[in-house]
Design a protein around this ligand. Sequence first.
Ligand SMILES: CC(=O)N[C@H]1[C@@H](OP(=O)(O)OP(=O)(O)OC[C@H]2O[C@@H](n3ccc(=O)[nH]c3=O)[C@H](O)[C@@H]2O)O[C@H](CO)[C@@H](O)[C@@H]1O[C@H](C)C(=O)N[C@@H](C)C(=O)N[C@H](CCC(=O)O)C(=O)O
Ligand SMILES: Nc1ncnc2c1ncn2[C@@H]1O[C@H](COP(=O)(O)OP(=O)(O)OP(=O)(O)O)[C@@H](O)[C@H]1O
Ligand SMILES: N[C@H](CCC[C@H](N)C(=O)O)C(=O)O
Ligand SMILES: [Mg+2]
Length: 490
Amino acid sequence: MKLRDLLGQDFPGNDAAIEPAVAALDVTGLALDSRVVRSGDLFFALAGSKTDGARFIDAAVAAGAVAVVGEHAPDARKVPFIAVSNPRRALALAAARFFPAQPATIAAVTGTSGKTSVAAFTRQIWERLGHVSASIGTIGLVSPKRTVYGSLTTPDPIALHRQLDEIARDGVTHLAFEASSHGLDQYRLDGVRVAAGGFTNLTRDHMDYHPTVAHYLAAKLRLFRDLVPPGGAAVISADHDCSTEAIEAARSRGLRVMAVGRNGDGAGEGIRLVDAEVDGFSQQLAIEHRGKAYSIRLPLVGAFQIENALVAAGLAIGTGSDAANVFGSLEHLEGAKGRLELVGERNGAPIFVDYAHKPDALVKALQALRPYAKRKLIVVFGAGGDRDAGKRPIMGAIAAENADGVIITDDNPRSERPEAIRAAILAAAKGAKEIGDRAAAIRAAIEELEPGDALLIAGKGHETGQIIGGDVLPFSDHEAVAAALATRVS
Ligand SMILES: CC(=O)N[C@H]1[C@@H](OP(=O)(O)OP(=O)(O)OC[C@H]2O[C@@H](n3ccc(=O)[nH]c3=O)[C@H](O)[C@@H]2O)O[C@H](CO)[C@@H](O)[C@@H]1O[C@H](C)C(=O)N[C@@H](C)C(=O)N[C@H](CCC(=O)O)C(=O)O
Ligand SMILES: Nc1ncnc2c1ncn2[C@@H]1O[C@H](COP(=O)(O)OP(=O)(O)OP(=O)(O)O)[C@@H](O)[C@H]1O
Ligand SMILES: N[C@H](CCC[C@H](N)C(=O)O)C(=O)O
Ligand SMILES: [Mg+2]
């Protein structure tokens, strides 16, 4: 592809016109990391959180980069340099041009909790209504032709646009994907043609990255302020402190606001939750949309899944699906892997694996399981290393308050000392036990289970590895539970 077609005169943010000889350069790939540059690539030098890509321009050129895009031109240069005011956004828009195909209907969801669930639900709803559908997020890419395990919730723009192009060529017409606050803040999803945006909630998370809660919210609201074009749908859970601000941001942009939840706009475009009752491992819902009443049996555990299901339903309706069909399809939803997933039982006591690794999620997961614990509710969890340390004592206190038995164990310690992480949680979790080895902790919790108990194993959900130092060792809560259930002789 010619450089002019990638970053031509109509390219937003170019500080100066590109010289004709430079514009005629052939670009055969894009790279944001000098270590993976190949001959013919256009290298984007990005200032990052740990280092500055500008330091690696020589390495990128040595590896074959034909030109470099960045904010400030270096003094000496061996290949053309294109100065842009926002290199991350330039990268995302260039990636959208380099990988031009995208599914025709795309919905993105943001929020502290529920993104993976909403993306999975929206994909399932569309699938049931006959569309070829996919989702992209924390659990990777899920589409009819390929399933690729992911590492980031919102992939970097090159990986994201490559995937969009591939799945569109595979015939995927409908895509739901997760917009993380990091992804939004770093312009990873600019250039994606997002028809509808969803917003679940905002609670404490990522305080190691965002300087303030206002900064965190502003990153999330980029979805409505900058990405969904005027006339697109904004599906917003209306039951939170930040809901009004989210609705305001969407209205100012000229989006079609669909407020969902207890405070949802049931008389109009939104969805109002009129009533919800736990019924075994399902919930019976009464909802209202455009003044019409619907009754739905949602086959999922946890009040928070109602929020996720309604946001997903809103995204499907907001992108043109028939409301009655959408609500009917909610009766068939399957939870995303490791999201309050019932994985077994011991002595009649249910065992759930969940991905709660932040305070609000832990409260919600424990509250969701309370109806299943006539006797004791037991929780096993830890906290990830190299992540927001402030949440550790908060989660310890939540466990002590909302569970009857607490075992503190390791999550992904990464570069930190696991015992220091555990100590920070234990400091606020009065009466908790400490068992560092996660498999041993799960075993111990299962051994204790008696009729009437329920067990929550939180923090790692779908994960299949445990990150200790720089190594990723094979580990899965699902397998640890299966092994514990298989080995005990009663
Ligand atoms: C903190 C963070 O978000 N970092 C992301 C960011 O990297 P960065 O630009 O800050 O990286 P850096 O190390 O400072 O390097 C600066 C630049 O120099 C380049 N470089 C560096 C070394 C070298 O030898 N050559 C070279 O060219 C790097 O490729 C980079 O372009 O931009 C990269 C490209 O988009 C991301 O891959 C990277 O994600 C890292 C791996 C990460 O762990 N991110 C996590 C925290 C994250 O994004 N999580 C969210 C949210 C999860 C949730 O919802 O809970 C997610 O979306 O997954
Ligand atoms: N709507 C919600 N409100 C509160 N907690 C929720 C909600 N949805 C899910 N949770 C909790 O958060 C955990 C993660 O859910 P999910 O993976 O759907 O969210 P996410 O936003 O994608 O999270 P992450 O940012 O970690 O990828 C669940 O296992 C559950 O404990
Ligand atoms: N996307 C999140 C996932 C955290 C999962 C938890 N198991 C942990 O390792 O802290 C992060 O990378 O911060
Ligand atoms: Mg997720």
